[in-house]
Structures are given as C-alpha cells and as structure tokens.
Design a protein. Sequence first.
Length: 296
Amino acid sequence: MDTAVEHRPASATDRPFEVRPLHPALGAEIVGITLEEAVGEAVFAKIYDVFLERGLILFHDVDLPPATQVAFARRFGEVQVHVMNQYHGYADHPEIYRLANLDADGNPNGKHPDMGTLYWHTDGSWRPTTGHATMMYSEMVPSEGGETHFADMYGAYEALSPQWKERLSGLKAFHNLDFSRTRRHGHDPMTEEQKAKVPPVAHPVVRTHPETGRKSLFLGDHAEWIEGMDYAEGRALIEEVNAMATPDHLVYRHHWSPRQCIVWDNRCLLHRATEYDPATERRVMRRCTVLGDRPY
C-alpha cells in the first residue's frame, strides 16, 4: 500500500450510544448499548469510528464467552492464531490467547504466565502483517496490580523534534518474538518449530496509519535491531526511543474490573501489563489479536 486512505468519521450526533473519553490522549468508554447491538451492521460502523478516533474502546459489564469473543473480533478482521500454542486455552477457539496463573484446582500457581507482557510492545509486530486490533476480556482480576497501560504513539511522534524526526525517517527495525520472549522470561519459551514459523521481520520505525493517514512511532519490546546499523548502536537507539515514547501525559492506565472488554489499535498504541502477586492473586484474561497489513 503506497498511500493512506484517510478515514472520515460520521457525525457524533448519529451515534446511538454515549462516548466518554478515558484520557486526554486516547481511549473512550462506550455507554448505552449492549455488545450484541455493537456488533450489528449499522452500529458497528459507528463503533469503529470511535475506535479510530480514540485508539481504544471500553465496554463495561459484558458477558463475553469465548465463541462470542472470537465472533466480535472477526468484525475487525482476520483473527490471529498465535504461534505460541501453549497459550491456546480453548480447543475450539485457538484464536484466543489465554493469560492465567491458575493451577488445575483454580488456585494461584505463583507463576506469571507471560513476562513479556510487562514491557511496552505492540501485538503482532513480529509478523509481516502486524496487529490491527487487540481485544482483551477480563474474567478474573487481582485486587492490586495487573493493570494494562496504553501509550499514544501518534502523540509520541508529534512530540519529536525535527532533528529526531529526520533521524528516524526511513529507518527500519527488525522485530523478533524469540528475542523479546527469551530475554524477558530468562529462558527460551519457544520451540525450534515455533521460532521457524516467525523469523525476524523489518518494519519502519515511523509508520503511517493506513486509515487515518497519521504518522506514529512503531517500536516496542519486540524490536531487536536497526537495519543497516551496528547491533549495539541499534539496540541503544531502540531503547532510547522506546523510553521517549511513553511519557506520563501520553499514558492511560487501566485498572481492570471483571467482565470488561477493551479493544485497542496496535497501529498507534503501545501497551504493557503491570505486575501482581501470582502466588496470592488470580488473574485470567482472554485476548484476540486481529491481523492488519504490512506497515509502511
């Protein structure tokens, strides 16, 4: 794709629901309709407008069994089946990536299910066609910790100095799931077969959103090295830009309640989970990632 197709949202007065901003930079709660109504043909287009405008939409107190979650995710596009199949929690729904710290008896097992989620990243950036949207549903949440933070990459790019914009223009970073998972877990959680399915792939450090036409930073924890640059120099650059991209004023911090559903745009947001005590607290989250296009 060579040029962006700029999205023009419908008037807010046409919406049969209320939109409540969650943060000055991003996010909106959808109020006044059910999830069943939201997926209907006429209303979904208006929901999608808000998704593009705010980067993240939240639904409270929703009943979302696995089959319904997958069906809702498919309204956004093709749903990824994650290469790390140890997280496939439902035989009939391999599209769901289940994050839970429970043993066979339903008690906390003391193990964090995926340490990589604790660092700023964008879902699916390790694929040629990266994540479009991610849908997360909360089954059980800890009393403390286990939040999800979201950072606005439109704002991060716009805040760069002209010198930084020129420096990053045209650069590509290689994103590598094996790199991000191995270094965060302290061991290699991927099989050789899994690694072979997802070799490192290069994406622009500054990408153009295919629907809004806006530019954003596109790095995060999966980015390992910069194409054409010394490895150590590229690592230092990635770490520096990742740190610059997530100032407090661009971050929305979400404290989960049970039965919430959030859908966010991986093309313009980074996200991370926060720690909790997996030995005493229960946390069960279900995630679907919708595939998009190849960044440009």
